[in-house]
Unconditional design. Sequence first.
Length: 345
Amino acid sequence: MPALHDLAANSYGGDEAGLICGYLFDAMAPEPARAIGSAQAAAWLGEQGSNAIASSAYAWLHFNLSHAQAERWLVRHANLSDTFYETLHEGLPSTRIERADDSLIAVINDVHFEFSFEPSDISTLWISVGPRLVVTARTKPLRSVDALRTAVKAGDAPRSSTELLEHLLRAQADVLVKIVRGVTSRIDRIEDELLAGRLDHKRARLGVLRRLLVRLQRLLAPEPAALFRLLQGPPAWMAEPDAQELRGSTEEFSVVLREMQALQERIKLLQEEIAANVNEDNNRSLFVLTVVTVLALPINILAGLFGMNVGGIPLAEHKHGFWIVVAIVASFTAVAAWAAFRKKR
């Protein structure tokens, strides 16, 4: 049997069957978690199907759906529920866990491994959980699966397939907590810059963060009806402690989602504050422009009148005509300035 770390590292991109990683868990064996390839997994599944052996062991197989052979291999060897394949192609990305025959089908939305706070960096993970087999499938590398693989390589061996699903849900909740912390840190910096009077494009940045949180909340919130039905009538092979752990992991999702909602309200208040400051600045600029226009109005009118090349222009021959006109313009300008500033006050 290949070394656990070596096989997991070499098959990260997927082997000839699209298997990214595979592990065989057996609490009674000297090595609780062993790495397996697609050929070994097919042989083990064949033995399970023929009832050649009977044990408490179960396998976890993680596939890359971008590989052309991945789904074909699953159809040929895994004997999964038809609901799982229908879920792969139905195009409904909402997070949910539901029962299909004697297995569990889960759809989980997670962030890409190289997540950069963009709404497009979110993809779907499809999961089928049975008493002896857990299959996860994705199209792009995801954070929660990578965290679970790291934990398994570090020696963590879930005792049952349901506990493996619960570990995966908790890993995704941890990823969401990190996202919430990152968004909170960004909002704190924007708020500090807002209080310091630096408004350089902060509203657009807040809009991106708000859209990200809205999409995460829409995609990651588990469907309560499906989860309620599952916990009320779990499969016969699921132990009661496993059902309680699964219920606890979904409650962690609820806590994180409430924090996301609070962040959305905070972003909304910051956007309103920025919009109010921008409107105030615009109003101030418009007032200055209006005052300048009003103050320049008397001189523009008199300049237009005295600039006409017609006879009879008053004060044309008077030796103090220029200063008289200046006094008239200054008087009208002072009256206009008094009226404008009086209205402003």
